[in-house]
Design a protein around this ligand. Structure first.
Ligand code: 13P
Length: 249
């Protein structure tokens, strides 16, 4: 079963417009020969239109949106609007949105549904905080996140999703999951997809690792049979490290 390999860059709330455009140009110039990996960047949404003009083979997504069609939601951006400005993917369920912005499982589920309706590719983020890992409850915790907000989808719908496992204790900390920890969780996630859907569907869905993934550790992480790529934070802000990661398969 050939799954899509994906390297995605979550820029979070970083960079000014000029720096962002420079980064897009460099990444796209230096990745013209990379044909076996989908590269997706998640810049601040304000920059979408300018990036859309120069993105060439790169795919572009949003870090956030509001799951209503339109209306009185001051400050929010709808999925139709972000699609209109060139986005094809969305991050949903990122731990920073869950923790800092108190996004609930139910709200995350609504976002998943809105993205599916508008044919936006879902990168569904899940992952446990440190105290859950220390209790050895990470499998129950992550499985529940998937059950609560993703596993209501139909077979056809879930096939449009990518799962990103990001242990919270590894995000921005420089403390990557070991290859054993990453492979173990990814293989569990795949087995839950098989349990709720089918083995065939489970084998088709890409599962990305995120959390202090960089040009040095990507190679061994991506060599794990159930790791199909990465969701990169800090190391996606520089073309060189992002490209090195993209070449790590
Ligand atoms: P870092 O790669 O900076 O740890 O961030 C990971 C992440 O949160 C990507 O969404």
């Amino acid at each position: 079963m050939i799954r899509k390999k994906i390297v995605a860059g979550n820029w979070k709330m970083n960079l000014q417009l000029e720096q962002a455009l420079e980064l897009v140009k460099t990444i796209s110039n230096q990745s013209t020969d990379i044909s076996n990996v989908d590269l997706i960047i998640f810049p601040p949404a304000l920059f979408l239109l300018e990036i859309d003009k120069i993105k060439s083979q790169l795919k572009v997504g949003v870090q956030n949106f509001y799951p209503k069609e339109n209306g009185a939601f001051t400050g929010e951006i709808s999925i139709a609007q972000i699609k209109n400005c060139g986005a094809s993917h969305a991050l949903i369920g990122h731990s920073e949105r869950r923790e800092i912005f108190h996004e609930s499982e139910e709200f995350i589920k609504q976002k998943v549904d809105a993205a599916i309706i508008h044919t936006i590719g879902v990168i569904f983020c899940c992952g446990e905080p440190l105290h859950i890992r220390e209790n050895n409850s990470q499998f129950t915790y992550v499985k529940q996140q998937l059950i609560d907000s993703l596993f209501h989808l139909s077979d056809d719908e879930i096939l449009k999703c990518v799962v990103a496992y990001e242990p919270i204790w590894a995000i921005g900390t420089g403390k990557t999951a070991t290859i054993e920890q990453a492979e173990e969780m990814h293989s569990e996630i795949r087995s839950w997809i098989a349990e709720y859907y089918s083995q065939e569907i489970a084998d088709s869905i890409s599962i990305l690792y995120g959390g202090s993934c960089n040009g040095t550790n990507a190679k061994e992480l991506f060599a794990c049979p159930n790791v199909d790529g990465g969701l990169i934070g800090g190391a996606s802000l520089q073309a060189e490290s992002f490209i090195t990661i993209a070449r790590s398969f």
